[in-house]
Design a protein around this ligand. Sequence first.
Ligand SMILES: [Fe+2]
Length: 301
Amino acid sequence: MLFRLAHFSDPHLGPMPLGDVFRDFALKRLVGAGSWHFRRRGQHDAAIADTLRKDILAQAPDHVACTGDLINIASYREFPRALNWLNGFGDGDFVSLCPGNHDAYVKIDAARGLDLFSAYMTGGRDGAFPYLRLKRNVAIIGLNSALPRGIGKASGVLGDRQLNTLATMLEDMGARGFCRVVLIHHPPLAGLAPPRKALQDATALTDVLKSKGVELVLHGHNHEAMHNEFAVMKGTAHVFGVPSASMRRGQKHGAAAWNLYAISRSKGAWQIEVQTRELAHGGGFAEIANKSFSCGAGATA
Ligand SMILES: [Fe+2]
């Protein structure tokens, strides 16, 4: 069995017309719009995200994971535009999404906001998080760490209810022999993001992941390629973050890139081959790295 999972994050789809800012006025949106126009607009290019989507589809993965920040200031006009873009990948069976802090930038009417993405976030639990989706022998668990914060803050929280449900799901899926893949926008381990941007209950999440076991944790938020690993009760868990899907070359952060995880089982352990494809000089995407990792001989059988 080989399961090929594509992972991208943080496309921050633009443009952001001024009407988006003033139509549903909120001070945080105004600050966010300033940040977009004076800084982020020069970093992100929606055309790059389009090319990345084309590259992912050309590699014909079995499934696609997006770890959030589709949009910028959570204005009502951004959501349908982003949904339209997401639909370009395929339907909800093909794509799993977890929200980012920019998708929950301010408190809004969910029916006109995040609920529009529900086909990409459900798993038979009526849109509640975490959701669980079974794809062959891979269990995809989507967490929601995004919630509106004060101006200048981009931190996240899971809360006890999500953590408790996650623990049950991981235990159950491990016992049933699934490869467990967790999606979360914020980096899941303490110290991977500065306090203003960090997951506040990262330590509690790490405790759950270590005690119940997990094979792969995918995140975004930092706009950089990251790989961390930690020991779980049986074996090793791998944690990957990817750059923004729309980042131009030559910026402070790494150019747009995405990962393709080829998940297989060998000698009683999960093996993960990770291919990284990055925006190249010519404007297309090309492979820049290919590495293999084992989740350890002790991984759940
Ligand atoms: Fe983010």
